[in-house]
Design a protein around this ligand. Sequence first.
Ligand code: ATP
Ligand code: MG
Length: 270
Amino acid sequence: MSGESCHIIVFANEKGGTGKSTTAVHTGVALAAQGHKVAMLDLDPRQRTVTRYLENREETARRRGIDLPTPEFEVFTSTDDGALDAQYRALAERNEFLIIDTPGRDDAFAKYMAARAHTLVTPMNDSFVDFDLIGQVDAESFKVKRLSFYSELIFDARKARAKSDGITIDWVVLRNRLQHLEARNMRRVGEALNELSKRVGFRVIPGLSERVIFRELFPSGLTLLDKGQLGNLGFSHLAARQELREMVAGLALPSVEQAEAEAEMEQSAA
Ligand SMILES: Nc1ncnc2c1ncn2[C@@H]1O[C@H](COP(=O)(O)OP(=O)(O)OP(=O)(O)O)[C@@H](O)[C@H]1O
Ligand SMILES: [Mg+2]
């Protein structure tokens, strides 16, 4: 496999706690479960959320004596671009997908990898506090007033990339922790995002709803896709699994089956 054919997905948002690691790890496991060769590179050596999640997953597989589809994973701990370059290229060389999780702060290595992504995913909580990092809205009308520094940074990175190697980075803003009970806020954030998406050129996709299960699965490293390992799933967990599938489908990755037929069958059986 040549590094060139590996599809690189970077999860980045300078704001902390927006769901980068959670959505990254679920995407990685979903692709591995579909039989793809996937690697994850953790650029957050302090928190190591992705690494710890996948270590917990391997431990669960050992403890229960089962096979769990799991991406290959590594942490980046060095302090120079050259080492990062060598590490990500080696992973890209032997995998179809490379998923990179980045820390929630201004970080030179996150920018380095964002500029090399095929798909750049920016998860955000459905709140104007998170929105502020990509654009600022008017206090009365909620109309977008100006782009933020971060949007301009990504905008420039995309322009530079298109010029240097003709690749358009697919920038996807993923709405995480959606709360359907807060319909008015959800609509306002949605309208502001749609307006901004036309100006900056990102796509908006729905992510995961706010659900306790996404916090509870961490110690076992399991995901909602691990059928048969989670006990009897209630309706809300089946709905969450469907959301997860739609989130991965929304990323529109090359050669990824949509898994819709399977999901429909499951729904009609439920
Ligand atoms: N859909 C969800 N429902 C409920 N809790 C969630 C959901 N998504 C993420 N969380 C929780 O929100 C917190 C932040 O998520 P996560 O660690 O994935 O964010 P992050 O962007 O990687 O944070 P950081 O910037 O610190 O790396 C965690 O406690 C996680 O379990
Ligand atoms: Mg994280």
